[in-house]
Ligand binder design. Structure first.
Ligand SMILES: Cc1ncc(COP(=O)(O)O)c(C=O)c1O
Length: 392
């Protein structure tokens, strides 16, 4: 019903992904090369046609659309207007949440490798990063709970900045894992900020568990940062929401969002969000199928043509975490491999991937591949990846 095979030329549109390295095939920045859902485009067109774009407030329908969507799709009941603090993006959301829940000098735990923009947000709030490396066992990433509990017990650890589902390793945390995380955090007085921007993009057998749906005492010790922007490819429109159960926490979030002066969202964001949540389900479901087939294409290609590179099972997100450590030459130091490889790919085959180490030193030897593009583009990227790695 929807055409994800169409190749859309994004060059010359000031696209970060396409215009930063002209003349290359970019598979790095986390946006998609698809048009957003027709319902979103139509709603934006109607809003555009009105022609007046003065200041607006958010209507009740905005909050109702969030509430209906999360209840019907994810079993998260009872979201009300008074639980929500809107803002201009998920980075703005978690950054304000860090500000609200810490004082300078506190430590913020992250599970590394993690989304690279977590690090500056922690620094900008004058906090220290406390890394809790994920464990890679039998090709699958998991939380090292022993290490996590040790980190949470650090008296200066105040916040866990969680990525659920996890960019870049593609895990969709299970209810059991999240419950254990929540229990450890509660027992050590560590507050959970759950970045759930990738929550819609999950694959067969892996359902997203909203942190806010954990048992009440765990969920109350958290905020969730949610947005339709990743799933509907409208990240440039910039809109997100912070959810909290407790009135007092909502008040703190609201205070921090106002301190940071990022409380006014743009008119197109509000329009796009409502269209996506009210009518975007069928489009999203087809997109998820298409992305899943893309992931299968990658696995098959790697198995047949590039066994030196492997990827853990993709449970969520459209970002694949490529383990390239077997590309190492005899005697070559693993340190710097990610950077050397990404530079080599750029230089030799004009393919742009993300360097693993920008997600923390645990990303050494890895590269991140964005598979949210038409299948033919993906196949071209894979051929370049093969030629690039084999000529390294
Ligand atoms: C985990 C995560 N959080 C936040 C963002 C950015 O969110 P926003 O553009 O709404 O600030 C991204 C973008 O890739 C992401 O992967």
């Amino acid at each position: 019903m929807f055409d994800f095979d169409e190749t859309i030329d994004r060059r010359g549109t000031e696209s970060v992904k396409w215009d930063e390295f002209p003349g290359t095939l970019p598979m790095w920045v986390a946006d998609m090369d698809f048009r957003t859902a027709p319902c979103v485009r139509e709603a934006l067109q109607r809003r555009l046609d009105h022609g007046v774009f003065g200041y607006e407030f958010l209507p009740d329908t905005y909050f109702e659309s969030i509430s209906r969507w999360f209840s019907s799709r994810h079993g998260w009941e009872g979201i009300k207007r008074e639980n929500i603090v809107p803002t201009t993006g998920v980075i703005a959301a978690y950054s304000a949440a860090i500000k609200a829940m810490t004082v300078p000098g506190d430590k913020v735990i992250v599970m590394t490798p993690c989304y690279n923009a977590f690090f500056p947000a922690i620094r900008n709030n004058k906090c220290e990063t406390l890394r809790c490396p994920l464990r890679l066992e039998n090709g699958r990433f998991s939380i090292d709970f022993e290490d996590f509990e040790e980190k949470a017990a650090d008296p200066r650890a105040r916040v866990l900045l969680l990525c659920n589902p996890h960019n870049p390793v593609g895990r969709v945390w299970t209810r059991e894992e999240l419950t254990r995380v929540g229990e450890i955090c509660l027992s050590h007085n560590v507050f959970v900020i759950s970045d759930e921007i990738h929550c819609e993009l999950t694959y067969p057998g892996h359902d997203y568990t909203p942190f806010a749906t954990l048992p009440a005492e765990l969920a109350s010790n958290s905020v969730s940062c949610i947005s339709p922007t990743k799933a509907f490819n409208i990240a440039g429109i910039q809109i997100a929401n912070i959810f909290a159960h407790e009135k007092e926490i909502v008040r703190k979030m609201d205070r921090a969002i106002n301190d940071n002066e990022c409380c006014d969202v743009n008119v197109f964001g509000a329009t796009a969000l409502q269209a996506a949540y009210n009518e975007g389900g069928p489009w999203l479901d087809e997109l998820r199928k298409y992305l899943w087939d893309n992931a299968m294409t990658v696995y098959e290609f790697l198995r047949k043509e590039l066994p030196e590179v492997t990827a853990p099972p993709l449970e969520g997100t459209y970002l694949m975490w490529l383990d390239c450590r077997k590309a190492l030459h005899e005697g070559e130091e693993v340190e710097g491999l990610s950077e050397r490889l990404t530079e080599h790919l750029l230089d030799k085959v004009k393919l742009v991937l993300s360097t693993g180490t920008i997600y923390g030193e645990e990303g050494e030897g890895f590269m991140r591949l964005n598979i949210a593009c038409p299948r033919e583009t993906l196949k071209e990227g894979l051929r370049r990846l093969r030629d690039g790695v084999l000529s390294y």
